[in-house]
Design a protein around this ligand. Sequence first.
Ligand SMILES: Cc1cc2nc3c(=O)[nH]c(=O)nc-3n(C[C@H](O)[C@H](O)[C@H](O)COP(=O)(O)O)c2cc1C
Length: 542
Amino acid sequence: MKQVNDYHQTTKHQPRRYARSPGYMDWDNQPNPFRFWKGTPQVDLPFHGADPEGTHSDLYRRGRRSSAEMSLTTISRFLELALGISAWKSFGDSTWALRMNPSSGNLHPTECHLLLPPVVDGRARVVHYNAYHHALSERATIGAELWQATRSHFSNAGFAVALTSIFWREAWKYGERALRYTQHDVGHALAALRIAANLFGWRVTYLCDMSDRDIGRLLGFDRVKWHADEEEHADLMVWVHDATSHDIPRRFPDSLVQSYTDLMFVGQPERLSPQTTRWDLIYDTARYLDRPSTQMKPVPMATTSFREEPSVAKSATSIIRERRSAQQFDRQGYIHRDVLLSILDKTLPRCDAAPFDVALAPPRLDLVLFVHRVRELPPGLYYYSRVKAQLADVQSNMDTTFLWEPVGSGVPLYLLKDGDFQEHAADISCFQDIAGDSAVSFGMVAQFKRTLEAAPWEYKSLFWESGMIGQVLYLEAEAHDVRGTGIGCYFDDPFHALLGLRGNAYQSLYHFTIGKPIDDPRLTTLPSYHHLNRLWPSLSSR
Ligand SMILES: Cc1cc2nc3c(=O)[nH]c(=O)nc-3n(C[C@H](O)[C@H](O)[C@H](O)COP(=O)(O)O)c2cc1C
């Protein structure tokens, strides 16, 4: 607990003292945002096959789509919709890729590995997903018997997906605070996977009882010669399965893990940067965040029905594919209160709806809102209680002069204080105008002390929950013709002071903003996979 809390306190940004970072961009050593493996056969993922059909609400509601067969085509689409490239942007001499999942600084520290079922040549495999090539790097073959044993253990024909983090990718720019950002990104990626799975009638269950070490062993990480500071740290593994199967075991048994450890792994990762800098605090803290094998109790979550909402014309996949971060907002841009309430409604944890039905841990994050431009809702500071069970405790920890005035019946949104908070919001967000010029901006307040006291490694899952909320906010903004932006740069304690929070019972872990975007006309947009020769064979052979 102490080391993890120390890390958190040390990496707080203060207006006069930002967390330790290089303070400049060392462009010569900028890490490659894509991981490539040497010495691994590559399985190209097909692009044929239409996007799954689905409306806006199919992103979240479970059981509305019948389960698609798990084939190379459907798994390809699933990975593309969750973690693939969404577009390229170009300005002057620079061109960069954007992905379906956002990432702090667009640095993409999250990597994805799969225990792929036998959908190619009848062989199951351990593979790494390469978003650049939209291909799988084949690191090991899983024998038929081992795959059969894996399948029988989970009692269904699913597959496993693991997310890992490369700290260096974020530390290159952000220094010591980078560990936090890597974990926000894992949360975004997890929600992106869960939501994409919904469109195929699949479900994603978090294997909460697995140790990080066992995840690494399943992926053959103990056999990899990582370049200094470029190693991948196992974060989580999920089982992707037919939405109708229940009671998924929450771990691989030791005997199965041992059998995977005996596989013949091949391949070595290519370097990401010519030179790296080691930020010791990150690696020293990460040791305390290693999750051991656990036996968690089932996560209690409600089955609240969804709010009636304003109609959304965009299809589910166009919302996913068009998700972008806003860089600037139109100060004349308003949203309606019904839109805000319907956005907030999707952030509620429900045991029967994506993405929070992955059952990460008991929900522990609420939202503080800076309402700036919402029709039929006066500007002010508001509180949205996602976790009913902690509301009384939160109230007793906050400024005693807050009003706690309910905004409407059946909506857990409370007015704390009315007034114009645009300047506060921007100042708290490291003086970023996007937090004040928007329609609404958010802080995500987590039950911190008690969570860490029970299990320090849950520090990571607090950030995952915040990233998952962020992913929902991004998609909801897109659905309602506005745009969102994650805000990792904010002044922690000035925000806590505004709320009257003292000590570390509750801490804000992530901020967000939504408004009417102003597009930058200087940027050119290119299609997502235009760079792949295999899509345009006639052009590449000229
Ligand atoms: C955890 C996280 C923190 C972020 N923090 C900021 C921020 O403080 N300011 C900002 O302008 N954008 C921020 N962003 C937005 C990223 O810069 C953006 O996601 C990235 O450039 C990729 O662009 P895209 O979201 O359009 O795909 C953040 C995104 C994430 C996921």
